[in-house]
Design a protein around this ligand. Sequence first.
Ligand code: MSP
Length: 643
Amino acid sequence: MKYYITTPIYYPNSSPHIGTAYTTIAADAMARLRRMKGDEVYFLTGTDENAQKIVRTAENAGMDPHAYVDGIVDKFKAFWRALNISNDDFIRTTEERHAKVVQMIFTRLYEQGDIYKSEYQGWYCTPCETFWTENKLVDGKCPNPDCGREVELLKEESYFFRMSKYADRLLNYIKDHPEFIQPASRRNEMIKFIEGGLEDLCVSRTTFKWGIKVPFDPKHVVYVWLDALINYISALGYPDNDKYKKFWPASVHLVGKDIVRFHTIIWPIILMALDVPLPEKVFGHGWFLGKEGGKISKSKGNVQDSFELINRYGADAIRYFLLKELQYGMDGTFSEDDLVERLNSDLANDLGNFVSRTLAMVVKYRDGIVPEPGEDSDLEREIKQLSRDVKKGTEDKMLACDTAGALECVWQFVSKCNKYVDETAPWNLAKDPMNEKRLNTVLYAFVECIRILGILCAPFMPGVPDKIKPLLGNTDYFSDWEQADKWHILKPGTMIQKGEPIFPRIDVKAYLDELNAQAERSENIVQTADVMVPLKEEISIEEFAKLDLRVVKVLQAEKVEKADKLLKLEVEMGSEIRTIVSGIALHYSPEELIGKKVILVANLKPAKLRGIVSQGMILAASDNGVLEVLSVLKDIPSGAQVK
Ligand code: MSP
């Protein structure tokens, strides 16, 4: 089967944040599950770059919009990598492959009479990139309940898309295809909206230059939503690329509730006008709200540094929390306290503890060697039946885009596993040699449960199989979903390891104490270097001024293969991302560096180290085998100069 799933393309007017992460993580979990089921999957995400608000933000920052956008797009890509997102493609609407399809479609719609030229008079909301008629405004402001900001009066020559012509056809389609818009509440909203009458949509602007030009009338640029929606087919090479023929129509467009209207009214009408089949489903999920209410968004100033959160708690824990928190179609709240609580209870306690305590028993009672099981009792028959129900239930929930429901299903199995340990009480069986066979059966079932849990968790937390694999003899049991309800897969005789807990408990108090202690320690150190290296020759202030030192923030860090001392870092310097190779691997683990602000010699000529171009050098102090990278204690923004 083929499966094509998309996320919205994000506006790169500001860095990605935890609120924007939900859709991409959910799409990733769905894509991973389908791949594990053997489907041919195409998973697309990207950035929506031709919006007017991007030019405004760049101008306010005193930057060229291209350079500004490039910097933010790099951050999106780094963010998705840090969250283990497995997208097959990343489309940018400033790419030629996209622009040429938009121009071709605009021309075709014009030639067939679905786009016509007229004059627009009305109001434009730049944050929402939406046109409004006077009577829709609320107190003269944007009527979108989440916005309410100032709108601008527009009077310009414009092209219009004949939406009205397709209104009845669309309405019939939505009524005949209940699965097209989900959840049902959003479907009803859309039906009401269309029944209220569709006006033709203004689809070009003349007052600014940023965007894709109307090919036959280049003083116009294409309206950003018309341009953006087309990404779902331009990325596949519409109209004649094989990828397009194979993967279109999309299986699901996953979007936030705020943009369901664009995806279920404007987009299907464009497709109808082009005589192209409609996507099978548009699913509109709820929002993440901050603790004090209100959507988490950059403009509300309630976002936390998402890279730091990933660094502190790990991608798996963040993914788990977000996927579990948004109940089907509803809003949810994000707070670090709740995240820690979930991590400690569901991941460290329920899942992690089951793995550690059962493996410890295999080590204790059978020297770590997985025994050959004997006859099943009712308890084994019950847990085996549950594995079949859970596998099927999880698949069904994911088909319905219900990530929280799917994880609840998986956790039924986790709870059952813990209950099975209590019911079988292996510590009692071990007391009597008569029970040897029974104990073998139970211990074998434990290890099989861990294998199955590795599979069930893999779409949601792709790091879990990596953590479990070395414990179960380094065999990859986790990439085939169909094996989640099969038993007797793991070979008796396999040597297992007790290992470290797969999700260590977070002791928040200890974490904060350690931070304070570190700060104190660094204040109290009064020492002299063991061997004082002779001072170098004097230089002038002008010579020193040639050095361009900058504060940079480490976004990603990883070991360089076959080089013990080298780490490859991705650092953020203002809106730019650089790759740095640094010889500090013996002193820092990659995790310790992520999120740290360090000092970069930014104008050092790039040099190639182990085939990687290093764009600068990180400063560090060292003496007698001790090394510490230089950092800043206050929250100085990345890109700031050090002088
Ligand atoms: N560029 C358009 C989409 C074009 S798709 C052809 C856009 N971009 S956006 O960056 O503003 O938002 C992208 C998605 O992120 C939206 O679906 C939005 O709902 C989602 N989210 C942004 N903040 C969010 C939360 N706080 N919570 C959940 N989703 C959130 O709209």
